[in-house]
Structures are given as C-alpha cells and as structure tokens.
Design a protein around this ligand. Structure first.
Ligand code: NAG
Ligand code: NAG
Ligand code: NAG
Ligand code: NAG
Ligand code: NAG
Ligand code: NAG
Ligand code: NAG
Length: 473
C-alpha cells in the first residue's frame, strides 16, 4: 500500500490538483460560500492549536522530532464510487470534486479517507478539505490534465501581489502524482502562458498536514507549496522533474512555521528546496515569516539551480532553520541565500550542519542582488537583514568555487560563521572565495576564506543551543 497526502486537521490543501480556497478568493459566488465555511473552521482550529502550540517549538532537537500519532479514519470511500475511471484517458475532475464534497460531512465524525486504487487517474485541479486522508494505493497514479481550462484561475497570494511566472491520512508504500508539466514548460518557454503555472500540491492556511510516501513527477511549476501553514510533515517523498524544465522547484515552504522535511529525494530544474516568505512590499505588509523549520536526511540534485535556497522572496522574514545530514550532488549551487534592496524582511538564525557536496559548481552563494520585483511599487530603501548564519561540518568534492558573498552596500551580511569545512576545489582560479559587504568568523575552513570572514569572534556564531531560547521567546 502507498500513502498519500493527509492533513490531520487541515483547513485546506490542494493537488493540481490540490488547492485550498482559504486565501485564494475563488470567483464564483458558490465558491465564496465555501470560502466562508472554511474561514469559520480555520478560526476554530487556530484556537485549538494555540493551546498546545508552545510545547512543540523547534528547540535544539528540531521539529522533525515531534511526531504525532495518526488515528485511522473511521470512514473510507473509493474514487470509483464517484464514477472515476482509472484508464489514463477519462477525465475525472468532477469525480474527485464530488468525492471531496461528499467527504466534507465526515469532518466532525473523525474525518474520512478517499481511497485511490491502482490505475492512472487523469484529473484537473481539485481542492482538499480538513480531516481528509487522500490515500494512493501502490501503483495508483494521479495524472494532471494538460488542458489549461481544467486548472481554474485564482487570485495571486496576498504576500506576493503577482503570479510567479508573469490531510489528512495515514499509511505505507507510495503512489504517484504526475503533473505532466511538459506542456506547461513549453508554454512558459514560448511565452504563451496567460497566467502563472499551477503547482502540484498547494496547501494554504492549513494546520497539521502530513504528506508522505509519495512520488511527485513533472510538476508544471513547484511540486509541494505549503503557504501560511503550520505543523507540516513531509516525509519519504520523491520529487522528480526533468533537469531542463524551467523554474520547477521541489518543496517551497512559504510563510510557514513548524515544518519538517525528511528522508526525501528531490531532483528538479531549478531550486530543490526554496524557503520563502512573500515578495517585496506585499510580503512586508503580510508579515508572516517562515520559521521553526527542520530539514534532515535529504538528497538534492539540480544541475541548473540551487539545492537549498533561501529567498529570494523573503520579505516576511525567515528564521530558525536547522538543516542536518544533507547530501547535494551534481548541482549548479549548493546553498544559496538570495535577497535584494526592496525585499525588507530578514534571514537570520540559521544552522546548516553535516553537509556533503559532490560535483557542485558553487558551494555557497550569498547575493544581495536578486533584482526581480513584482512591480515598480517596491521601496528600494527596504533593506533586508541577513545575519547569524552558521555553516559547519561540510565536506565537498569536485567543487568549482567555494564561496561567493556579495552583501548590500551599507547593509552588509553579518554573523556568517564557517566551521570545519573542507572543499576540494577543481578550478584553477587564483581564489575560490569572493567577499564584499560581509563579515563573519571562520575556523578549520579549507581552502582559507577571504579575510572578511576571519575577523570576528566565534562568540557571535549562532548555534543550535540558541534555538531553544529563541524558540521560546
Ligand atoms: C510511510 O511508509 C512507511 C514505510 O512503509 C510506513 O512505516 C509509514 O507509516 C508510512 N507513513 C504513513 C504516514 O503512512
Ligand atoms: C516509492 O517509489 C519509489 C520509486 O518507485 C521507490 O524507489 C521507493 O522505495 C518507494 N517508497 C516506498 C516507501 O515504497
Ligand atoms: C491563452 O489565451 C488564448 C486566448 O484566449 C487561448 O487561445 C490560449 O489557449 C491560452 N493559452 C493557454 C496556455 O491556456
Ligand atoms: C545587480 O544585478 C543587475 C542585473 O543582473 C546588474 O545590472 C547590476 O549591476 C548588479 N548590481 C550590483 C551592485 O552588483
Ligand atoms: C567535521 O565535519 C566532518 C564532516 O561532517 C565530521 O565527520 C567531523 O566529525 C567534524 N569534526 C568536528 C571536530 O566536528
Ligand atoms: C562581528 O559580528 C557582530 C555580530 O554579527 C557584528 O555586530 C560586528 O559588527 C562584527 N564585527 C566585525 C569587526 O566584523
Ligand atoms: C559593497 O558593495 C558595493 C556594491 O556592490 C561595492 O561597490 C563596494 O565596494 C562594497 N563594499 C565593500 C567594503 O566591499
């Protein structure tokens, strides 16, 4: 058996499939009724969750160590009961929508499972709901329709202002969701898209989500996009999109707190994991950081992108991110921090430890010049704060350049700490580190970094122990 996506008490989730209606303001009046229902549920959930929220902060151990037990759903229906046909040709959008609509009535009765048996189930977008387990049997494949009219148009997220291009459950062995992104990549490359591309799984304003034991293939854009969520576990996931697919990110935690990504493997065309929190003035106004994030035992590969990226949309702030046991192979950039004047916000209190890199062009890349803006309304004086970032216990082989640090004039990146890092460099450039407008500390780093990173005291280095104190604050 394979298992799917399941929010334990989620307010909404979406597959191209899954999108919640909470903040996306659907257009028809019928959908608006649905929206308000969800709003009511959300408020209740928030109250419930607040009661025990403090006990599960990241702490020095990281959020992945917080595991909750999942109760079996007392009710289950099979997608074929709603007329779906798993022949890979019949369009099943209405069947999925009807099944999810029917299962809403079980939300207060312990929730329900939507069971998808072996087969190829072609569908357009449908929404997930609270207290739902979407369970894919082994060899069950949900296939995204290539008809763009099957993917409804929704408003941009409030923390972005613009489009980017222009739960519940339990169980084992994995099913597959195939976004059939090729046609979307061609539309993007040929500039014939009318709207930004969809993601495979978008979880909006949701709490207590588990996504596990699934394979995500060929997303039109991103594979998993949790936005404005908390308590999200992503485990045993395989994500694959062809390496030349344009801007296909893997997992994008976006203005989320208490999130774990573990035991997963991601190979995509752009950033494998990108932590974000809104874009320029929209993100500053929305002001919802990505915080208390734990990533461990993950394999990343992206020959044209960054394995682990922070930003460039980080205007709501990013903090308390703990990454351990990360393997990065065959990638353009290993660890990438991206920001720009106009972003505002912050990236701070980050620890990345036990990192192995092989065949990586740029091991560490920090730039203050990611100059794409949603529109001309941004404030160039809104300067981001980039500080207290620790990179330690790193081994790299076949690395071309070690580190590029380019801070912002009059707004340097500070508190960058490098410790116990050994990189074998293949380029014959005279220096493999480049630094401007940056300060920090380093010890046991080979080859030796620029002097900007050797001038400070290790007392300034952010450490794991600091997580507990800051998490409780
Ligand atoms: C995922 O699969 C593993 C191994 O089969 C299993 O132990 C685990 O319970 C599954 N996770 C869920 C949420 O079903
Ligand atoms: C999921 O499928 C992939 C690819 O077929 C396989 O490598 C992996 O072991 C499977 N995971 C589980 C938990 O069965
Ligand atoms: C964009 O809109 C045009 C005109 O309505 C339509 O013909 C075309 O199919 C649309 N493109 C996509 C990718 O949906
Ligand atoms: C920032 O990037 C832009 C576009 O790539 C370039 O034109 C500009 O010179 C860069 N500015 C700095 C200060 O590096
Ligand atoms: C240095 O990093 C390597 C690789 O992660 C690790 O095996 C080793 O224990 C670290 N050494 C110290 C002193 O922490
Ligand atoms: C040392 O680091 C601290 C904290 O990041 C910073 O406030 C200070 O300006 C730095 N000092 C030097 C000389 O770089
Ligand atoms: C800071 O950055 C600006 C623009 O990139 C550059 O002109 C300046 O030399 C840098 N300052 C230092 C101290 O590196």
């Amino acid at each position: 058996m394979k298992r799917l996506v399941f929010p334990e008490t989620a307010v909404g989730a979406g597959v191209p499939f899954l999108r919640s209606l909470l903040v996306e303001f659907p257009t028809s009046s019928e959908d608006m009724g649905f929206f308000y229902d969800f709003l009511a549920i959300l408020i209740l959930l928030l109250v419930l969750v607040d009661a025990d929220n403090n006990s599960i902060r990241n702490g020095a151990e990281g959020y992945c160590n917080y595991k909750r037990s999942l109760n079996p759903r007392p009710h289950s229906v099979t997608i074929t009961e709603f007329g779906a046909v798993g022949d890979g040709k019949t369009l099943n959008t209405v069947a999925f929508q009807n099944a999810v609509f029917y299962l809403r009535s079980f939300a207060d009765k312990g929730g329900a499972q939507l069971y998808v048996p072996k087969g190829k189930w072609l569908t357009g977008s449908f929404n997930l709901i609270s207290h739902l387990t979407l369970f894919l049997e082994k060899d069950a494949i949900i296939v995204g329709s290539q008809d763009s009219s099957q993917w409804p148009i929704v408003e941009p997220l409030p923390s972005y202002g613009q489009g980017q291009d222009l739960p519940g459950q339990r169980h084992r062995d994995n099913g597959t969701i195939d976004g059939q992104g090729l046609i979307w990549w061609e539309w993007l490359n040929s500039q014939t898209l009318n709207y930004s591309r969809p993601h495979i799984l978008e979880l909006v304003n949701s709490i207590d989500i588990v996504v596990s034991n699934l394979t995500f293939l060929n997303s039109p854009a991103w594979s998993i996009h949790p936005v404005y969520c908390s308590k999200v576990e992503i485990q045993n996931i395989i994500i694959h999109a062809s390496f030349d697919s344009p801007f296909t990110n893997g997992i994008v935690p976006d203005s989320c707190s208490n999130l774990c990504i573990e035991d997963s493997s991601i190979e995509v065309g752009h950033d494998a994991i990108a932590i974000k929190s809104g874009w320029d003035n929209y993100g500053i106004t929305f002001s919802t950081p990505s915080t208390d994030i734990h990533i461990r035992k993950v394999h990343l590969q992206t020959p044209l992108g960054s394995a682990l990226a922070f930003g460039s949309e980080m205007s709501g702030g990013i903090s308390l991110v703990y990454v351990e046991h990360l393997y990065i192979g065959n990638s353009l950039t290993g660890i990438n921090f991206k920001t720009a004047p106009g972003r505002g916000g912050f990236i701070k209190n980050i620890v990345i430890s036990s990192l192995e890199m092989e065949n990586v062009h740029n091991a560490f890349w920090f730039t203050g010049n990611s100059s794409r803006h949603p529109d001309e309304q941004y404030d160039p004086d809104a300067l981001p704060v980039i500080q207290q970032i620790t990179l330690k216990n790193v081994v790299g082989t076949n690395i071309f350049t070690a580190g590029f640090f380019s801070g912002i004039e009059n707004d340097p990146f500070t508190g960058i700490c490098l410790s116990n890092i050994t990189l074998s460099i293949t380029s014959d450039l005279p220096f493999s580190w480049s630094c401007s407008n940056v300060s920090g500390y380093s010890e046991s780093v080979f080859p030796s970094p620029c002097s900007d990173l050797t001038s400070n005291s290790s007392l300034f280095c952010f450490s794991l122990e600091d997580f507990s104190t800051l998490s409780d604050a």
